[in-house]
Design a protein around this ligand. Sequence first.
Ligand SMILES: Nc1nc2c(c(=O)[nH]1)N=C([C@H](O)[C@H](O)COP(=O)(O)OP(=O)(O)OP(=O)(O)O)CN2
Ligand code: ZN
Length: 149
Amino acid sequence: MNRIRLTRRFTFEAAHALTHYDGLCRHIHGHSYKLEVTVIGIPLTHSEHPKDGMVLDFGDLKNLVHTHVLQPLDHALLLREDSSAALLTVLQQEGHKLLLTRFQPTCENMLLYIKDQLLPHLPEPVDLHSLKLWETENAFAEWYAADNA
Ligand SMILES: Nc1nc2c(c(=O)[nH]1)N=C([C@H](O)[C@H](O)COP(=O)(O)OP(=O)(O)OP(=O)(O)O)CN2
Ligand SMILES: [Zn+2]
């Protein structure tokens, strides 16, 4: 076996509020998130194929993440769907980019959302190895396929 891990880094801006949280993060505030996506697979051995020697073209990985993760999240405001109806109405009327979630938009749950967005779109036989999401310079969460096998 010659499985190789490939990682690409991304950044996006998003705002959120943690409903019922017992600290300052219950207020709407924003982060410059950093995301690392790691896939794993065997490099292609097909001397005339344009992707020879690659597990997955870094460019294809970038496009996948842009389409399925960054487009919905970048410059969005993530709020739980049971947030104040009056607030949600005003935000929607004013045309803000709102992502209403069934989950509390913590770093942990955003990772699970990102994993669910990405998994169906990875080409066979590439697997998702891990995801790492930094909410601040000092705080991050990780998802590993091996932890969930
Ligand atoms: N387990 C989690 N705890 C917290 C989350 C989270 O997503 N998962 N999120 C928050 C807040 O949203 C906030 O983004 C981060 O809080 P904190 O690290 O306390 O941020 P500070 O700006 O206060 O960090 P400093 O490094 O102390 O400036 C809270 N907890
Ligand atoms: Zn926060």
